[in-house]
Design a protein around this ligand. Structure first.
Ligand SMILES: [Zn+2]
Length: 77
């Protein structure tokens, strides 16, 4: 009986570990989602296009909206 009980306990511990791993992985996925949202943090003030980084935004702005003044956050990019 004692052995069977032990086995059950170790199974429970194993399941606990698996649960924790799943939670950690889930957390990781959330981080990636946040990173993806952060990556599209630049939105063109003129046409509302989303830009992955300031360099792309600056290029886009200079190519598409040359008549508009460059946003201050892009001037030193
Ligand atoms: Zn634009």
């Amino acid at each position: 009986m004692a052995r069977g009980h032990q086995k059950k306990l170790s199974q429970i511990r194993f399941q606990d570990k698996q649960e924790k791993l799943k939670k950690q992985q889930g957390h990781h996925v959330n981080d990636q989602k946040k990173a993806a949202q952060k990556a599209l943090a630049y939105v063109c003030v003129v046409c509302r296009s989303q830009m992955p980084d300031p360099k792309t935004y600056k290029q886009h702005f200079q190519n598409k909206h040359p008549k508009f003044e460059l946003p201050p956050e892009l001037k030193d990019v």
